[in-house]
Write a protein that binds this ligand. Structure first.
Ligand code: CP
Length: 358
């Protein structure tokens, strides 16, 4: 039997499992690791540990920050699971595939289209006679994306200096957006926050995720509400993509069996139905201490002009960079290595090499 580990949880499955002080500690360790999270630095904290990316759904950011974090911390990763190139193609079940990976990897970073699938796999591993592998939930269907919330919190804490007393304007697909679900649960652990939802059309926040004091308006009311926010307020405008693939699956039961061209056609049609966009006009109407945050990927909800701007109010690109130290921190914590995070500078194996300028 393995020692349980980080604050009573062997696996990282839900934001619910973190107390306020757990989250503050993850963010504190992320801050300590940030100077080592890029530009050639390497640490030995996770030397000998192997991570297996098991993404049963596509990803750009989450998969890369996990492989990037394990390498930066001195560990390795096994090739990311590609179901069609694995023994699943010969009929092996997902369960057996996960059990197999747990025999050769220490950390399984799992994303799956079904709600609670990583929880199910974690239980399976716990019931094995002997196994020490840990599961990180990298997104379970439309339920949660807890590691995204840790990095969203880190972003806002760095940008606005606090996670208390904020006004959170949460916009877009609140029904299927798993980053929103973890986020609103997490916000409740801090104090004095107001959470106001602005779903596009009927993509409203399900009851099970609604925090106390939650208010919801239509997206079209956002400009009016924005104009009434006191100028001194600290505001997070958290925009999200419409999860067209989940809406498509609900509408077309055989969606997953359609060819890629047909899928794109359906997705584009759904995008057109749920049009909304964050403009500079809206950002200008919000207080100075506002940050536009987005977990990405984006659809049309943030245009290129806003996305690529250097405005201090626009943080989605920086948010991706913040993801690396946060991932490094929780991978080490869930590997039982908290002690080493107090003085990461003791474990530096390679220093950044200054790039030559011409
Ligand atoms: N934010 C996020 O989960 O992005 P990916 O889907 O690219 O991993």
């Amino acid at each position: 039997m393995v020692e349980i580990g980080w604050r009573g949880h062997r696996h990282l499955l839900s934001i619910d499992q973190f107390s306020r002080s757990d989250i503050e500690d993850v963010l504190g360790f992320s801050r300590k690791l940030r100077p080592f999270s890029g530009e050639g630095s390497e640490l030995s904290i996770l030397r000998g540990r192997i991570l297996k990316p098991m993404f049963f759904e596509p990803s750009s950011r989450t998969i890369d920050r996990h492989t990037g974090a394990i390498l930066t911390m001195g560990g390795k990763y096994n090739p990311p699971l590609i179901p069609e190139a694995s023994s699943m193609e010969k009929g092996e079940s997902e369960e057996d595939t996960v059990i197999t990976a747990a025999q050769t990897s220490d950390i399984l970073a799992i994303r799956h289209p079904e709600r609670y699938a990583p929880h199910k796999f974690a239980k399976l591993i716990d019931n094995l006679k002997s196994n020490t592998a840990r599961v990180i939930n990298c997104g379970d269907g439309s339920n949660e994306h807890p590691t995204q919330t840790l990095l969203d919190f880190y972003t806002i804490a760095e940008e606005l200096g606090t996670l208390d007393g904020l006004t959170w304007l949460i916009v877009g697909d609140l029904e299927y957006g798993r980053t929103v679900h973890s986020l609103v649960k997490g916000i409740q652990k801090f104090s004095g926050n107001k959470v106001i939802g602005f779903p596009v059309d009927e993509l409203r926040l399900p009851q099970e995720y609604r925090p106390n004091g939650y208010h919801e308006f239509n997206f079209d009311d956002l400009a009016n509400v924005a104009s009434e926010i006191p100028r001194g307020a600290r505001v997070v405008l958290y925009a999200t993509r419409v999860q067209v693939e989940r809406i498509a699956r609900k509408r077309y039961p055989d969606y997953d069996n359609l060819d890629e061209i047909k899928k794109k056609e359906i997705q584009n049609g759904i995008y057109k139905e749920f049009k909304y966009q964050i403009t500079f006009k809206l950002l200008d109407a919000l207080p100075e201490k506002t940050r536009l945050s987005h977990p990405l990927p984006r659809g049309n909800e943030i245009g290129n002009d806003v996305f690529n701007s250097h405005s201090p109010k626009v943080v989605p690109i920086g948010q991706m960079r913040y993801g690396l130290p946060v991932t490094m921190a929780y991978l080490a914590l869930f590997s039982g290595l908290e002690e080493m995070l107090h003085e990461p500078e003791r474990y530096v194996t390679s220093q950044p090499i200054a790039l030559q300028t011409v």
